[in-house]
Design a protein. Structure first.
Length: 602
């Protein structure tokens, strides 16, 4: 991209980044974006500029074991039309991102599961580990195609022509935002890489529960959580940023598309929140969660470590700790001095955040902080979610709020709300399943909203979202990952005629961008079972039905392929603004397109 030595800083001193984070739309139509950069402690702190202007001095988020992590403010103004903005080191390394017009809906990409739980699973993939990222980046940026050295005819297909004419021919990039729905990093390797944890896994259950974490082990766990992001998000073996032929991987996407991130279990470790209460509350699990939370706060939420309040137990005296109950955190006070704080919902213990971007609203719900086998979200969080969603201003003539009129709400649920229900498997695992950190089968089923233990909360979520759609005439869609397949489903009120389209909530599932899909013999048998179960409607109660739909352009309900999802809203009046969802699914020779149009509520 440019010179490798700038202002005394060698590119070898760059440990991580840049990683772009979207902080919301600010006053006077400011497109608020930050960039996380990791450096060796001994390296000089570089000055950055954005859009030709010098950036303010960066804020230090973390200093740990000779590594310094800095957050730069690269916000810029939204103008009448969209534009491409460059940022980087003056005279040196440069990157760019595209800012939407101030009245436009952002074009978005959705990805999940950026890694793998078992290295041996990667042998199942037909193409390279980063082939799905490559396809997303080729679609995003014409310049990357040119630098890759691959021929245009090899990279493009008919679906791409539409974007070539209206985006790339104008020198723009396709996506303004990247929604990352969970498992941005996989920490399952911690059980093998730390000797004491490897030994803990082999212990009998009573010794596991009684295990005490010494200071040395806690420091090792802390360093693992704080150190793995650098290893996975900017691998040492990849081509340098200054290489004339770029390495097309997650690092490039993170540097060129501002992201909204929310964690799921692998960002902690596989199955977090779905083990027995005794296991969830053992000292080792509590220590590991505390340090995973701290690392998530710094690297995915881009906040200073010293600004993170500790969670405080709020279980009333005499009550069992079956479900975690934490005191709500006054985020508005905790982050009052940070003008680039994420728009987190106030007075909740978790990290749920919400964004209003022109005619689109986005809710990134935290489904892990308060999760247990019988709880997905705690009461305080439910209250804050309901209040924020209820305050949205409708886009089709309904009463308006202080927030701009919204035509479509995207609710990010890391685990799909509508997914095939495997009742027999649930029964067998409830009877014979065990708490084993290296066996994810039981916790995967217990994670699902459709599991019997979570059905009440699933109904509550659908009621909250349906009320918004009914009262404000706002279309609602759920976007999810986790399950390593592509799928489409709907939830609706069965006591209403089909003409009442507001009651139709669409489920868009896209997973995974790196993790292999269902490839092995046993996994293919599971896929057959999954498709068979998908044929049956799920009667949640006398009002609500959840139903899987045939996946667009496919002969089954779920498609077992690595994939990513594009989400783009039509321009024009609210009445004509369809949401176009396009899955790009990996095949042995290329990618297939699967297109769905979701009409607005009229």
């Amino acid at each position: 991209m440019a010179k490798s030595r700038i202002q005394g800083m060698s590119e070898k001193d760059l440990l991580l980044g840049p990683v772009l984070s979207f902080r919301g739309v600010g006053k006077n139509n400011a497109w608020r974006v930050t960039a996380l950069i990791g450096l060796k402690e001994s390296a000089p702190v570089p000055a950055l500029e954005v859009d030709g202007h010098k950036c303010p001095a960066p804020r230090e988020l973390l200093l740990h074991k000779g590594e310094r992590y800095l957050r730069y403010d690269i916000s810029c103004d939204m103008q009448v039309g969209e534009r491409r903005v460059s940022y980087g080191i003056p005279g040196g390394l440069q990157w760019s991102f595209t800012v939407p017009g101030k009245a436009d809906a952002p074009r978005m990409a959705y990805v999940s599961c950026n890694g793998f739980s078992d290295p041996s699973a990667m042998r199942k993939i037909v193409r390279t580990a980063n082939s799905v990222w490559e396809d997303l980046l080729y679609s995003h940026d014409r310049e990357l195609r040119a630098k890759s050295g691959a021929g245009e005819a090899k990279l493009l297909d008919k679906e791409q022509l539409w974007h070539e004419q209206r985006i790339h021919d104008r020198g723009l990039q396709r996506f303004h935002l990247m929604l990352m729905g969970g498992d941005q990093i996989y920490f399952d390797s911690i059980w093998e890489d730390i000797k004491a944890l490897r030994e803990w896994v082999a212990m009998p259950r009573d010794r596991q529960l009684a295990f005490e974490v010494g200071k040395a082990l806690e420091r090792e766990i802390e360093s693992y959580y704080l150190g793995l992001y650098q290893q996975r998000w900017l691998p040492a073996g990849r081509k340098s940023w200054s290489s004339p032929e770029p390495a097309l991987d997650a690092s490039v996407a993170l540097a060129s598309i501002p992201a909204i991130m929310m964690w799921d279990d692998h960002d902690i470790f596989d199955g977090w929140g779905s083990f027995s209460p005794e296991m969830q509350q053992c000292q080792l699990f509590e220590v590991m969660f505390r340090h995973a939370r701290r690392a998530f706060w710094v690297f995915q939420m881009q906040h200073a470590l010293q600004d993170l309040p500790e969670l405080e137990d709020a279980t009333p005296p005499g009550f069992a700790r079956q479900d975690p109950m934490f005191r709500p955190i006054a985020w508005s006070q905790a982050l009052a001095q940070d003008r680039l704080a994420l728009p987190m919902l106030d007075a909740q213990p978790g990290f749920s955040s919400a964004y209003a971007v022109g005619p689109v609203a986005i809710v990134a719900a935290d489904l892990r902080t308060e999760r247990s086998r019988t709880q997905v979200i705690g009461n305080d969080t439910w209250g804050r979610l309901k209040a924020w969603i209820g305050g949205l201003g409708g886009g089709n003539g309904s009463r308006r709020s202080t927030r701009s009129a919204c035509g479509h709400l995207l609710f990010m649920s890391s685990v799909p709300v509508v997914h095939p229900k495997l009742s027999m498997a649930e029964l067998l695992l409830d009877k014979f399943g065990q708490d084993h950190v290296t066996d994810s089968n039981a916790d995967d089923l217990k994670d699902h909203w459709s599991h019997d233990d979570h059905e009440g909360e699933r109904k509550r979520l659908l009621e909250v979202l349906s009320s918004l759609a009914r009262d404000k005439k706002i279309r609602v869609s759920l976007v999810s990952g986790d399950v390593h397949v592509a799928a489409w489903g709907t939830a609706y009120k069965k006591d209403l005629p089909a003409s009442e389209t507001w009651s139709q909530i669409h489920q868009l599932t896209s997973s995974a961008v790196v993790h292999p899909s269902l490839m092995g013999v046993m996994e293919r048998l599971f896929l057959f079972w999954l498709n068979s179960s998908a044929k049956s409607q799920q009667n949640i109660d006398v009002q609500y039905v959840a139903e899987m739909m045939m996946f667009p352009g496919h002969d089954q309900y779920v498609k077992a392929a690595r994939n990513w999802l594009a989400l783009e809203l039509d321009a024009g009046s609210a009445e004509n603004r369809k949401l176009w969802a396009t899955w790009r699914c990996e095949t042995e020779t290329g990618f297939s397109n699967h297109l769905l149009a979701i009409a607005p509520v009229l």
